[in-house]
Write a protein that binds this ligand. Structure first.
Ligand SMILES: [Zn+2]
Length: 257
C-alpha cells in the first residue's frame, strides 16, 4: 500500500512537472517565438510571411520565373552558368522568418523546427525525391559539428529519408578542412573557399556509383557549396545529383530563349 501510494505520488509529481514546464515554456512560434497552440509551428503572423517558391520555375535552378513561359523552361542565368547539380529546388525564399527558423535549428537546438522544415522541404522536392535512390546531406566539418552538437542538414535529411523510404548516407561525403564561414563573401570568394573542400571517404567503395542522389542543405545562397559537393559525388560515379534545400536566396528570373 505504501509502495502504491509512493508511485501515485511520483506520477502526480511528474504530471505537475509537465504542467509546470508547459506553463513556463508554452509552445512558441518558430518564426517569432510568440506563444502558439501546440503543433502549429508558426503563428498566424509568421505563416503568411514565409514566401513559398511556387511554379512556374526554372527546371534547372528552381528559381521562380517572372512570367509563365510554359513547362520545362530553363532560365537565361542557368543556361549561361549551369549549376553542377542537375536540378535545384527549395521550399521558401530566404527571408526573415525562414532565416529565424534555420537559425533556430542550427544554433538553438530547437528540434521541433526540424519537423516543419523537413515537411516543407519534402513538398518542394517531391519530384527530385521521387527519382532518387539515396539522400546525402551537406556535411559539416567535425570541428563545427562538435561546436553545434549536430548537423542540421543531416537531421532534415534523415527525416526526408524516413518520409520517402530512402536510405541516407551520413558517412561517405566529407568536408576536408574548415572553410571560412561563407557569410559576407562574394561569389568568386565563396567558390574559392569551398573548392576541393569535400571528398569521399577512402573506404566508401561504390557508395555513390550509378545512383540518383539528392543532396540536402538548409539554405542555398550562391550554390557554391552544392556545386563542390555535387562535383565530389559525380567524381565517385553518381549517375545524377539533384540538390534540395529548405530556403534559397532568390529573385524571380527570366526564361532563356
Ligand atoms: Zn510568429
Amino acid at each position: 500500500m505504501a509502495i502504491r501510494a509512493g508511485r501515485l505520488a511520483i506520477a502526480g509529481a511528474r504530471r505537475g512537472m509537465h504542467a509546470l514546464v508547459d506553463l513556463v515554456l508554452p509552445p512558441s512560434c518558430l518564426g517569432c517565438r510568440a506563444p502558439i497552440a501546440p503543433g502549429d509551428g508558426l503563428c498566424a503572423v509568421c505563416w503568411p510571411e514565409l514566401e513559398f517558391i511556387e511554379a512556374p520555375l526554372c527546371d534547372i535552378s528552381g528559381l521562380p520565373f517572372v512570367f509563365d513561359p510554359g513547362a520545362g523552361m530553363i532560365s537565361a542565368a542557368a543556361l549561361a552558368r549551369p549549376p553542377v547539380a542537375a536540378r535545384m529546388r527549395a521550399a521558401v525564399r530566404y527571408g526573415d522568418v525562414s532565416r529565424r527558423m534555420v537559425h533556430g535549428l542550427k544554433y538553438r537546438d530547437r528540434m521541433e523546427f526540424a519537423d516543419t522544415i523537413a515537411r516543407l522541404t519534402a513538398r518542394a522536392g517531391r519530384e527530385l525525391l521521387g527519382d532518387a535512390q539515396l539522400i546525402v546531406p551537406v556535411p559539416l566539418h567535425r570541428g563545427r559539428l562538435w561546436q553545434r552538437r549536430y548537423n542540421q542538414s543531416a537531421i532534415v535529411a534523415q527525416r526526408l529519408g524516413a518520409a520517402c523510404a530512402l536510405p541516407v548516407d551520413l558517412h561517405n561525403l566529407r568536408r576536408n578542412r574548415r572553410t571560412r564561414a561563407q557569410v559576407g563573401l562574394k561569389m568568386a570568394e565563396r567558390r574559392r573557399n569551398v573548392r576541393r573542400a569535400f571528398t569521399v571517404a577512402d573506404d566508401s567503395g561504390d557508395a555513390f556509383a550509378g545512383l540518383n542522389i539528392v543532396l540536402v542543405d538548409d539554405v542555398i545562397t550562391t550554390g557554391a557549396t552544392l556545386d563542390a559537393c555535387a562535383d565530389a559525388l559525380y567524381a565517385h560515379g553518381a549517375a545524377r545529383v539533384d540538390a534540395l534545400a529548405f530556403a534559397m536566396v532568390c529573385e524571380p528570373v527570366s526564361p532563356g530563349s
